[in-house]
Design a protein around this ligand. Structure first.
Ligand code: DQA
Length: 176
C-alpha cells in the first residue's frame, strides 16, 4: 500500500515575504519509528514533520511535507513545487538516492535550491549507499545526524530565504 502524508501551514511573515519550503521524504520513510532504529532512530515521520512545521510557524514560513513510496509521485510533487514557486526543498530521497536519475532530473528541471538529507551516515554504510545522484546538485548534504539533521537543513533554508530581497535575489549570498 502506498502511504502518503502531507501537511501544510501558512502564517504571515514580518517581512511580508512568505518563505515556502517543501520537505520531501522518499520510500520507506513512512515506517520511521519501527524501521531499523539502529540506523534511523525512534522518531516517527509525524514527529519529524510536526517539529518542522512548528519551527516554520514560529518564523512565519510555510512548510509543506510530502512522503511517497513511488518514484513517479515524488517526481510529480517536485514538478508541482516548481509550479507553486516553492522557494526551497529539503529532500531525503531515501533508496532513490542511489538509483534515481529521473528524480534528480526533476529537481534539476525545477531549479529550486535543495538540501539533501539522510538520517544515517550513508558513507559509513554499504558501498552502494556511497553514491548519490543528488549531492552534486544540492546546496548541501546532511547525513548521519538523525532527525536533528532535518531541523538543521530547515534552519539553513530559512536563513537562506531570510536573506532574500522582495525581488527574490540574495542580499549576501549567491542565489541558487
Ligand atoms: C536514507 C539512507 C538510504 O541509503 C536508505 O535507502 C534510506 C534512508 C537515510 O535517511 O539515512 O531509505 O536516505
Amino acid at each position: 500500500m502506498t502511504t502518503k502524508r502531507s501537511s501544510r501551514t501558512s502564517v504571515k511573515s514580518a517581512s511580508g515575504l512568505h518563505p515556502h519550503v517543501l520537505v520531501v521524504h522518499g520510500p520507506n520513510l513512512n515506517l520511521l519509528g519501527n524501521r531499523e532504529p539502529g540506523h534511523y532512530g525512534l522518531d516517527t515521520l509525524d514527529d519529524i514533520n510536526r517539529a518542522l512545521v512548528s519551527r516554520g510557524e514560529s518564523v512565519g514560513a510555510q512548510i509543506e511535507t510530502f512522503q511517497h513510496n513511488h518514484e513517479g509521485a515524488l517526481i510529480d510533487r517536485v514538478h508541482q513545487a516548481a509550479r507553486d514557486h516553492v522557494d526551497f526543498i529539503v529532500i531525503n530521497p531515501a533508496g532513490y538516492t542511489h538509483t534515481s536519475v529521473a528524480l534528480r532530473d526533476a529537481l534539476a528541471a525545477s531549479a529550486i535550491p535543495f538540501v539533501e538529507i539522510h538520517l544515517s551516515n550513508i558513507y559509513a554504510r554499504e558501498s552502494f549507499r556511497h553514491h548519490s545522484y543528488f549531492s552534486d546538485l544540492a546546496v548541501g548534504v546532511v547525513s548521519g545526524l538523525g532527525a536533528h539533521g532535518y531541523e538543521l537543513a530547515l534552519e539553513y533554508a530559512l536563513r537562506h530565504l531570510q536573506n532574500r530581497t522582495p525581488h527574490g535575489s540574495q542580499k549576501t549570498e549567491k542565489a541558487h
